[in-house]
Design a protein around this ligand. Structure first.
Ligand SMILES: *[C@@H]1O[C@H](CO)[C@@H](O)[C@H](O)[C@H]1NC(C)=O
Ligand SMILES: *[C@@H]1O[C@H](CO)[C@@H](O)[C@H](O)[C@H]1NC(C)=O
Ligand SMILES: *[C@@H]1O[C@H](CO)[C@@H](O)[C@H](O)[C@H]1NC(C)=O
Ligand SMILES: *[C@@H]1O[C@H](CO)[C@@H](O)[C@H](O)[C@H]1NC(C)=O
Ligand SMILES: *[C@@H]1O[C@H](CO)[C@@H](O)[C@H](O)[C@H]1NC(C)=O
Length: 504
């Protein structure tokens, strides 16, 4: 699913334009982009790709007296509100040393619009969609770290089962290349394997029954009937995707389904058990699970996650969190988690960059291969030829550069429905201050595509503007006073959320 939506092919762009062009214009009376504002950075980065679909929502200009927690609250609320009352927004910000900076839940929209009754809490689990890829990659790297597999190992050797890895899976211009695919190529989408979510046959079967149970072998069978996008690519640069006439890697969930098989094979256990053993236990993650394949690990209901494709559903909004057919996501997008658990994964990965108990990996080589500077050199196929923005991939991790160089970059992953997990490495501000690192996690649980607003990357806005706050000296001074008050603040917010909603 994630791939279906997060990949913006020319076709999808055309669709967006056809169905939304006119409405988007009416929606555009927002303030013009002001130089130096976060939304300008957002616009500049994305405009090349999405122009003219994006509108500038404008930065919020806060009164200097506004408490920082209230600013975060309003930023989250503003992004969530754009969803026209569908889906809640959650966000958690943690300091590099593990200190909680802020967390919030925003149950947007008029009462009754949400499928789950309020209050939405900060602890609610949600479907993390493609963020699952980062967790799958993180799990694979635990085996690399222990020397149990090499990234250059061939998937057909590691998973010698023709139902899971059919020799005919990778076919390109009349020849088969499946035996050349390595673990590394699956992790960074260099295999050229097609995307089963893009198969018209798969699509038809998927749409026909919302309750269909999907086994991963079945989605592979659909992929095996499709043409690959290039020969498994061994070069250091980016392969050429003929279909889109561009240099990029072809982002495909098929790659991550194969990695799921690999994990099961290595451990001799079902995938859900492997995550538990290799991630949840070492990192003390208490509320993450592979949905439909095991018992829920939270007593709270899963937040709704909406999907709408006007071409398919008209104006109907589909709550994907109620559909068993989402079993088709599996290792590429099938996990449910919470903000607290996702921060644990992020810290487990990025704390490994230095020796200490917090990191998941022991070897510097693993770290370098996973998220070292040389690991990032590939654009993904939804950067168009006209404008690749500064967004590159390694192995299950995106690196997104801010246009404002002072802010550097963030590393992590996004999921369809506007979920996000990102790490902001330590940076030096233009006035010479050293800012520690931060973790940002959350979801806006939004429609991937509202009938009249393209909203694929709204999470950027909330992260961008939060970073804009954090680099500000006065905000840091205020935070030093506010953070000790955080437990009291959260208690009050929760009490407020539990009051019955007022009919307006
Ligand atoms: C990984 O590669 C190294 C060096 O080529 C080799 O010594 C080692 O045996 C390989 N490990 C596995 C599990 O294949
Ligand atoms: C291959 O995988 C299928 C399911 O994908 C399983 O039923 C079968 O037993 C496996 N074959 C072997 C030889 O392990
Ligand atoms: C999926 O099917 C719908 C409805 O038939 C169609 O509009 C849509 O374009 C299809 N998508 C793909 C990727 O084939
Ligand atoms: C594990 O996580 C839970 C839930 O966040 C927490 O209550 C507990 O203290 C943690 N345990 C350890 C050993 O850190
Ligand atoms: C880790 O590896 C990188 C790249 O090979 C190297 O530059 C760096 O010094 C190493 N760091 C440590 C702590 O060994």
């Amino acid at each position: 699913m994630a791939a279906l939506l997060s990949r913006l092919t020319t076709v999808l762009l055309a669709l967006l334009f056809l169905t939304h062009g006119a409405v988007a214009q009416q929606q555009a009376p927002q303030e013009p982009c002001k130089e130096g504002h976060s939304s300008c950075f957002l616009m500049r980065g994305l405009q090349q790709v999405y122009d003219p679909y994006l509108t500038d929502w404008g930065s919020i200009q806060f009164d200097p007296n506004t408490p920082v927690f209230e600013r975060f609250e309003r930023l989250l609320g503003r992004c969530t509100d754009r969803n026209l009352g569908l889906g809640a927004g959650l966000m958690r910000i943690v300091n590099g040393d593990g200190t909680l900076v802020w967390e919030g839940a925003y149950d947007g929209g008029p009462p009754g619009r949400n499928a789950k009754p309020p209050p939405v809490t900060r602890k609610h689990p949600y479907e993390i969609a493609s963020i699952s890829k980062m967790l799958t990659a993180a799990t694979v790297f635990t085996y690399v770290d222990e020397g149990r597999i090499n990234l250059s190992d061939k998937i057909m050797d590691l998973v010698p089962n023709e139902t899971k890895v059919p020799p005919t899976l990778h076919q390109y211009k009349g020849k088969y290349y499946t035996d050349q695919i390595t673990v590394q190529m699956l992790l960074n989408h260099k295999s050229g394997l097609p995307e089963y979510w893009s198969s018209p046959d798969f699509n038809k079967t998927f749409l026909a029954d919302v309750n269909r149970w999907w086994e991963p072998e079945e989605v592979i069978a659909f992929a095996a009937k499709m043409e690959a996008h290039y020969v498994p690519y061994t070069g250091e640069d980016e392969p050429y995707i003929e279909k889109y006439d561009q240099m990029a890697v072809y982002y495909s969930d098929t790659n991550y389904i194969l990695l799921g098989f690999l994990l099961e094979e290595l451990e001799g256990k079902p995938l859900a058990e492997v995550y538990k053993l290799r991630l949840y236990e070492p990192l003390n993650m208490t509320s993450t699970w592979l949905r439909y394949r095991e018992e829920a690990r939270s007593s709270l209901p899963i937040l709704n996650r909406y999907w709408s494709k006007p071409a398919i559903h008209g104006n109907e909004q589909i709550d994907m969190s109620l559909h068993r057919r989402q079993t088709a996501e599996w290792a590429g997008g099938g996990l449910v988690s919470t903000n607290e658990d996702l921060i644990k994964v992020l810290r487990g990965i990025f704390e490994s960059r230095r020796p200490g108990p917090g990191g998941l990996y022991k070897n510097n080589e693993t770290v370098q291969r996973f998220f070292g500077p040389d690991a990032f050199h590939m654009h993904v196929d939804y950067d168009t030829k006209e404008g690749q923005w500064d967004n590159v991939y390694s192995s299950g991790i995106f690196k997104v550069k801010f246009d404002n160089e002072e802010w550097g970059e963030i590393l992590g992953h996004e999921g369809s429905g506007n979920s996000f997990v990102y790490w902001l490495p330590p940076l030096e501000t233009s006035d010479g201050r050293r800012l520690g690192d931060y973790y940002f996690v959350g979801t806006l649980n939004q429609l991937e595509q509202l009938p009249d607003i393209p909203n694929l990357f709204w999470w950027f806005d909330v992260v961008w503007e939060t970073v804009e706050q954090l680099v500000d000296l006065e905000v840091q001074e205020k935070l030093a006073v506010e953070i000790p008050q955080l437990p009291k603040y959260l208690q009050e917010r929760q009490a407020e959320a539990q009051r019955p909603a007022i009919e307006t």
